[in-house]
Design a binder for this molecule. Structure first.
Ligand SMILES: CCCCCCCCCCCCC/C=C/[C@@H](O)[C@H](COP(=O)(O)O)NC(=O)CCCCCCCCCCCCCCC
Length: 218
């Protein structure tokens, strides 16, 4: 994988991004970090194509993606092949701040946890999009999904900024166009295929974090 993150790509289609999440899971249900990160990069590209109001969100996501890429490409990269091996390696070697921020502000575990929480938002948002009608408002779907998930982990000021950005989301028709997947019916079908895969990646990660008691990393 390349060392730094390129966020411009004119030939974007959301299908490819969602396919990347498909390749995340190994046969024995481990999550490949390289594909997980690639999936997120695609999502960020998509978000960038929606306009600069979202750039503060994209920037934070890119920072986190970059931290994970650095781990993958670093001298201990072999331990970062899957999320499972990463968690084991970092916990076994005391490389994670467990209760308060300290020596390891860029641990893979705490960094991935932020993206993992955002993946739940994505799951809820895409499910709303999939079952929406022409009259549905993307801003409402987006903020409902956010309030049910990620917002619980955000300070007031971030919630406020996110809420403001949501109002700038394009309407459903434009949103579907930017996805570059085809007709609205094709978008809905694609979402129907992709959602179970995203849910599974989310659930496998969630179970791992529960088992290791690391869902609240600072
Ligand atoms: C398309 C609409 C985009 C809406 C995105 C909804 C998520 C809103 C998140 C607001 C985050 C604000 C930025 C700051 C976050 C950080 O404070 C916070 C905590 O980090 P820290 O513990 O290191 O301090 N960071 C996070 O929670 C990680 C946020 C990562 C957000 C990634 C969002 C990517 C969204 C991709 C959109 C793709 C939509 C595709 C739909 C077909």
């Amino acid at each position: 994988m390349a060392d730094s993150v390129a966020v411009e790509d004119p030939k974007f289609t959301l299908q490819e991004v969602l396919d990347t999440f498909k390749s995340c899971l190994s046969e024995n249900k481990e999550v490949f970090l390289e594909h997980y990160v690639a999936g997120w990069l695609g999502l960020v590209r998509f978000m960038n194509s929606l306009g600069s109001v979202f750039s503060f969100i994209a920037k934070d996501a890119v920072n986190k993606i970059q931290i994970l890429i650095n781990h993958l490409n670093g001298e201990n990269g072999a331990h970062y092949v899957t999320v499972q091996s990463m968690v084991k390696y970092e916990l076994d070697n005391q490389l994670v701040d467990l209760t308060k921020r300290g020596s390891f502000p860029e641990s893979g575990c705490r960094t991935l946890l932020r993206l993992h929480r955002a993946l739940r938002w994505l799951e809820l948002f895409l499910e709303r999009l999939r079952t929406s009608t022409e009259e549905s408002k993307t801003s409402v779907m987006c903020s409902e999904a956010y309030n049910e998930s990620l917002s619980q982990h955000h300070a007031w000021i971030i919630r406020k900024a996110a809420g403001t950005a949501f109002w700038a989301l394009p309407g459903r028709a434009t949103f579907f166009d930017v996805m570059n997947v085809g007709t609205p019916e094709q978008v809905v079908a694609m979402l129907g295929d992709a959602l179970p895969l995203i849910s599974e990646v989310y659930q496998v990660t969630e179970d791992l974090y529960v088992q290791n008691n690391i869902l609240d990393l600072p």
